[in-house]
Design a protein around this ligand. Structure first.
Ligand SMILES: [Zn+2]
Length: 77
């Protein structure tokens, strides 16, 4: 069974779809029983999405940065 540390250590691989079948099943099972890792994975996905979005912007405005930070902070509940 995966531990919380396993989930954190392999988060990038999981999100990028590079995990094998048994790793993906193990992750799903762990996320079913672990609220902290569900929150971590949700925030990690959002963080990756945010950084990809920032990379698409040549020079993000303060308003765009504020909106992204607000989305990240509001996802912590
Ligand atoms: Zn966990």
């Amino acid at each position: 069974m995966l531990t919380c540390k396993d989930v954190c250590d392999n988060a990038t691989r999981h999100i990028e779809g590079q995990s094998g079948l048994w790793d993906r099943i193990g992750l799903r099972f762990h996320l079913l029983i672990c609220k902290e890792c569900r929150r971590f994975m949700r925030q990690f996905r959002m963080m990756i999405g945010t950084s990809a979005k920032l990379n698409d912007l040549d020079q993000p405005t303060d308003k765009e940065i504020d909106e992204l930070v607000t989305r990240l902070v509001s996802s912590q509940d």
